[in-house]
Design a protein around this ligand. Structure first.
Ligand code: GLA
Length: 498
């Protein structure tokens, strides 16, 4: 064949391949996805392993920070994947395959990928046998649910030294400290890399953690930090696997008062039956430092953590997946609290995740319901908004001292709901023999809510009642009180008995 003809044939052949309908390009196989640069200079990296059956996709995603099943579909080369067991409404991983490459977004962050080779695999790390189970003594902290602020919900990887300092200032100027919010908690993405001695350094956003802790302490506040029992945090940063003792000692030297310890990549090393031992290891490491450090377990409720969280020295434990600033997500998290209710009490709390109040995607009535339910269930109150610039409405919710007092009640009981159509009544017995009663309107239109004294099943008589959102006394007649509750709103009463 003359050269020119041969060239034309090659070009035609190439065109034929690349103009194949995208749908004929299978996604089956192993892909390496390269994502954004992390704050410590490393690149986010994932291995996506997929099987394809027609349009259906299923497989597994292993990132630096976690491993999870995925499932979804592909249409004309476009694919959308959900995390197995996450119950998300929207796919977290979206992309297109073309010409042997995949590109798209994972949680909104861009990635570019190609077929993975053995060299792309994550290093295989040894299994470290967790310690034999034994009870870690109570550290005497968190006698009432911890209150403070956490960086994750609003700032995520953008948190830095300056933000933390200005949040500490705002805790004072906004009146939050006076209302009881004490902890300033730095979540994921503060980590740099480990040196040859195993010391984990901070990244460029936190030049001097000790100085930052000193600053926070100088305001009369306390400071919290974040890590994982796995090799990496959820965000893909170096975590405490194999360095538990060393990290705990460093936190104590910095003056850390609170640790959130997030499972994430621990799932790539340990099976779920190791949960208790793995959490005990850090519980013991923290206590061996001699510094009082609140220990917050974060493993999304796996392995019925509410039944053994205290055994490992935990002061609180997440019982759900991550909250989003949406009504459905918030209600879903709080409804999962039901079975955990007997296990809450002074020193050990169920944690339905941090607050979204003030982040802008719920109505004020929904945020009042959020605050009411967290108080009724004795949940930690960790604000997740920008407390430096709160509207008066947001302040009136987060700083409602009458509602905070319900959350902080010394008896430490966690309410559960009784359902009546689209109304839910949550009753929380209080240390003074009284009750907090919340009636939540799940409907998207206003409803009449009634509170009956008889439902309290108390031997005592009603002395007085107050509406904690209206800040005024209310009168019961014939043992009941009825009021209109707006869509997704809550009537929250405090009943005093004698
Ligand atoms: C997990 C946790 C979140 C947050 C992120 C940080 O998703 O549940 O609360 O800490 O990790 O990466």
């Amino acid at each position: 064949m003359p050269t020119s003809l041969m060239m034309r044939a090659i070009i035609l052949f190439a065109c034929a391949i690349f103009s194949l309908p995208a749908s004929t390009q299978s996604l089956a196989g192993r892909w390496v996805l390269l994502g954004n640069m992390l704050e410590n200079g490393e690149q986010q990296r994932s291995i996506l392993t997929l099987e394809q059956d027609g349009k259906a996709l299923k497989g597994d995603l292993r990132s630096l920070g976690f491993q999870n099943g995925v499932e979804g579909s592909a249409t004309e080369g476009h694919f959308e994947l959900f995390g197995v067991g996450w119950n998300d409404k929207k796919p977290f991983l979206i992309g297109d395959v073309s010409g042997g490459e995949v590109k798209g977004t994972m949680w909104g962050n861009k990635f570019l990928g190609h077929v993975a080779s053995a060299a792309d695999d994550f290093p295989k790390l040894p299994y470290l046998e967790p310690p034999a189970l034994e009870k870690v003594p109570y550290n005497g902290l968190a006698k009432t649910p911890p209150m403070g602020w956490n960086s994750w919900n609003l700032f995520a990887e953008k948190v830095d030294d300056k933000i933390v300092r200005t949040m500490a200032d705002a805790m004072i100027s906004s009146g939050m400290k006076d209302a009881g919010y004490i902890y300033i908690n730095i979540d994921d993405t503060w980590e740099g890399t480990r040196d040859e001695n195993g010391v984990l350094h901070t990244n460029h956003k936190f030049p001097d953690m000790k100085a930052l802790a000193d600053y926070v302490h100088s305001k009369g506040l306390k400071i919290g930090i974040y890590s994982s029992p796995g090799p990496r945090t959820c965000g893909g940063y170096p975590a405490s696997y194999g360095h538990e003792q060393q990290d705990a000692k460093m936190y104590a030297e910095w003056g850390i008062d609170y640790l959130k310890y997030d499972w994430c990549s621990a799932g790539t090393i340990y099976k779920n039956d190791a949960l208790q031992g793995v959490y005990q290891k850090m519980g013991q490491a923290l206590q061996s430092t001699g510094r009082p450090i609140v220990y917050s377990l974060c493993e999304y409720g796996m392995g019925e953590v509410e039944k053994w969280g205290t055994e490992v020295g935990g002061n609180l434990w997440r019982t759900t997946g991550d909250i989003r600033d949406e009504w459905d997500s918030m209600m879903d998290n709080i409804h999962k609290q039901d079975k955990t209710s007997p296990y809450a009490g002074p020193g050990h709390w169920n944690d339905p995740d941090m607050l979204e109040i003030g982040n802008g995607h719920m109505t004020s009535d929904e945020y009042r319901t959020h605050m009411s339910l967290w108080a009724l269930t004795a949940a930690p109150l960790l604000a997740g908004n920008d407390i430096r610039s709160m509207s008066d409405e947001t302040k009136s919710i987060l700083l409602n001292r009458e509602v905070i007092a319900i959350d902080q009640d010394a008896l430490g009981k966690q309410a559960s709901p009784v359902k009546n159509g689209s109304l839910e009544t949550w009753m929380k017995p209080l240390a003074d023999g009284g009750f907090a009663v919340g009636v939540v309107n799940l409907d998207s239109k206003a409803a009449q809510a009634t509170v009956n004294v008889a439902d309290l099943k108390s031997a005592k008589k009603l002395k007085s009642a107050r509406d904690l959102w209206a800040h005024k006394p209310v009168k019961f007649s014939n043992g009941s009180y009825t009021a209109e509750v707006p869509a997704h709103g809550t009537l929250l009463l405090k009943l005093s008995m004698n």
